[in-house]
Design a protein around this ligand. Structure first.
Ligand code: KL2
Length: 418
């Protein structure tokens, strides 16, 4: 029998009770409690390990006792965990389609969730789901993103993303919308070029979904399994809002492996212009000339605009995005400096899963030079602490008797100040 392992809630706005117990969950600093001017909500990001991928990569799970690997054993545990934490928003990865239809969706619906799902393209039958509590949000839009592009040889992988626009349900008050994104980026440690492009595609979709009439963006939560480690160029790009990738080897983008092959240098630009995404990770306005007025010729100004865009992009090895994103987790335990782990199996124990969010304003000054747009901010109230590799060794790694994925769920509580 493998023991259970405890994870604590860390209350970010309550310095005296940083290590409040899970059971002490309701025991929050009064200053942090729900008030009329706040909308509080919790988010879970969880790669639940599709059975199909578990069986395809069975060499990673040789340390496990056979019975704990069966879906019929794993699913009740996963559901129990989801039920226990009772998050208002779930971002799930590796959700296998048949299990989703037969068990996952019905179970979550009976827990009060509305579920949206996007399956990968291609042959592997899993995808990402975003589920949210009916009682907390209404659904404004569903925006799936396919990273596969038949017309672009670089983009021959079947990963996807999903972006929802949610309306908080608040009595008698107007509230901004909240944009929630979920993804599972390509695993292949050597193909940082594809990973960065997939990320850019997700960011472009988030920009278009979160964009508000006044030119600002609503608050953003971006969850998922990014198959990249903290401090890697891909991670830094998300956090800093900029990346100069000149001379960077494609095998170094994600930091998953120290000495991977894939030492080809990223090309400039990384993705071809016909993807329609700028180096700022937004959809490019179509430069197709308008033929609204009689003659159909390009005016001089239209021609100049087109050229400016093209030349500016040819020279730049800089990627940017407009959001100021923070990570819920800090990736190291402050007292010991030991790394946090979000996934663990017989080959690796690392962080690849994240909850990023647009933080309240003070972040803007940290990014001089980066063109940070006006983005609605969230306040991080609490997170469920992660574990170390050593912690997980004491329970025979993952998956085990009680933890039924090779990833841990990430959990955060946010406040939207109205
Ligand atoms: O790293 V993961 O597990 O986020 O937990 O994402 C991928 C890997 C997932 C989807 O492709 O399947 C796992 N070696 C190890 N793991 C692999 C491999 C591989 N060759 N291929 C896929 N995965």
């Amino acid at each position: 029998m493998e023991g259970t392992i405890e994870r604590n809630w860390e209350y970010v706005c309550n310095h005296n009770k940083e290590n409040a117990k899970i059971l002490g969950d309701k025991n929050v600093d009064p200053k942090c409690e729900d008030s009329e001017n706040n909308f509080d909500f919790s988010v879970m990001s969880y790669n639940i390990l599709s059975q199909d991928l578990l069986e395809d990569n069975s060499h990673l799970y040789r340390h496990c006792r056979r019975p704990v690997l069966h879906w019929s054993f794993r699913f009740p545990n996963i559901l129990k965990e989801i039920k226990h934490f009772d998050a208002d928003v779930l971002c799930l990865q590796e959700v296998q389609e048949d299990h989703y239809g037969a068990e996952i969706r019905p179970s979550l619906e009976s827990l009060g969730y509305h579920c949206e799902y996007k399956m990968r393209t291609g042959r592997k039958p899993d995808g990402c789901a975003i589920c949210f509590k009916h009682s907390k949000f209404s659904l404004l839009s569903v925006n799936p993103v396919e990273f596969y592009r038949r017309d672009i040889p670089l983009l021959d992988r079947d990963n996807i993303g999903l972006v929802l626009l949610l309306q908080p349900k608040i009595p008698c008050a107007a509230s901004p919308t909240i944009c929630v994104a979920n993804t599972h980026l390509l695993y292949n440690p050597r193909r940082g070029d594809i990973k960065l492009t997939q990320l850019a595609m997700l960011l472009a979709e988030i920009s278009s979904v979160a964009h508000q009439k006044d030119g600002s963006f609503c608050p953003i939560v971006m969850c998922g399994d990014f198959n990249s480690v903290p401090g890697s160029p891909l991670y830094s790009f998300i956090k800093e809002g900029r990346l100069n990738y000149e001379g960077l080897a494609i095998g170094k983008v994600s930091g998953q492996e120290q000495s991977s092959r894939g030492q080809r240098i990223l090309s400039i630009p990384i993705w071809p212009p016909n993807l329609g995404i700028s180096q700022n990770c937004v959809y490019e306005v179509q430069q197709v000339p308008k033929v609204e007025k009689s003659d159909g010729d390009l005016t001089q100004t239209q021609l100049e605009k087109t050229e400016v865009v093209v030349t500016a992009e040819k020279l730049s090895s800089n990627l940017q995005h407009h959001f100021s994103l923070s990570s819920v987790y800090s990736h190291y335990f402050p007292d010991t400096g030991i790394p946090e782990v979000t996934t663990c199996h017989s080959r690796s124990a690392i962080t690849v899963d994240y909850i990023f969010y647009s933080a309240e304003k003070e972040g803007v000054a940290e990014h001089p030079g980066a063109e940070v747009a006006l983005v609605g901010g969230l306040k991080l109230l609490a997170r469920l602490s992660l574990l170390t590799e050593q912690d997980l060794q004491t329970v025979n790694g993952l998956p085990n008797e009680n933890n039924s994925s090779d990833h841990l769920p990430l959990l955060a509580k946010f406040r939207l100040e109205l």
